[in-house]
Design a protein around this ligand. Sequence first.
Ligand code: SF4
Length: 362
Amino acid sequence: MPPRLLSHTKNFSTLLLTWYAKHKRDLPWRRGARDPYRVWVSEILLQQTQVTTVLPYYKKFLARFPTVHALARAKLDTVLKTWEGVGYYARARNLHRAAKEIRARFDGKLPTTVAELQTLPGIGRYTASAIASIAFDRDAAVVDGNVTRVLCRFFGIRRNIQLAKTKTTLWDLAAALVPRGRAGDYNQALMDLGATICTPRNPTCARCPLTRACRARRLGIQEKIPIKTKKKKLPHYVIGAGVIYKGKQILIAKRNANDLLGGLWEFPGGKRERGESLPACVAREVREEVGIEIVVAREIAVVPHAFSHFTITLHFFECRYRRGTPRALECAECKWVAPRALARYAFPAANRKMIQILNQRL
Ligand code: SF4
């Protein structure tokens, strides 16, 4: 760590730990006896989701899969259905794969070191360090968005946080700051401070335990730090999908395991090509995906949706089956189901909005 920063660390961890003892958030995975499995599940849920959103999903997931063994035994479809609504489904698939690996390689117990934890699917450096410190008292540092913001502001680091060099500086700084034997509480204190006090906008410096020594506050530049390059405009895609009826049944298709949203079910469809009309897009996509001919009738819903790297507008069309036997050509599986049975399958968010509309008609 650069000596300029090191000289500014006095009392940093002590101030944070004292503050944490009084103000830590009451979160379910922090209650009762420490359980590495619960810590792991909570950290995976928190990877891309805010704490308040996570809470009901955490409860539901733990009720359904209370142990590593229960998760390892479960079918992927059941895991995805339980995860439904919280998004970023790769997390659920990785949890499931990792549970099987923990059962096979670690006798059903989470490994305790950062290096071993990082060998499991879905566990990177941050998550491994968080689990190792919180569940196993390892002296491991964490750096995520919250920690980056607190460190950059407190130490007055005015460098682009997206640069590899700055990231290395932050990990080095975080490692040097970890109080030996207290890493779990200290890391959670940093996470809590970043989430509740040192927030991206309007940080409440008056209530911050670090306020007297914080460089950004002293210079009045809290909101200008951390520095990052402006986000690029996300690409946008127009998608056409068919709610295909054969009598009273509807055709659904399961996405290929390695695709985005892999393992989830959907109404067949895909990206509109340049110059193509939406009905033509739906007919072509259905032919390519499940090998049947349909009559595309009328548009029944338009659903916008944002992913982390692109946005879509999904146009749903009511369609009628014409001929052919559905085959999984560009999907993992396809089947006819009664509208009431749709609730049994895990669907991505935009498709669930379409199902809500269908349910209103039942
Ligand atoms: S004083 Fe303000 S800017 Fe500095 S760490 Fe605390 S909340 Fe963040």
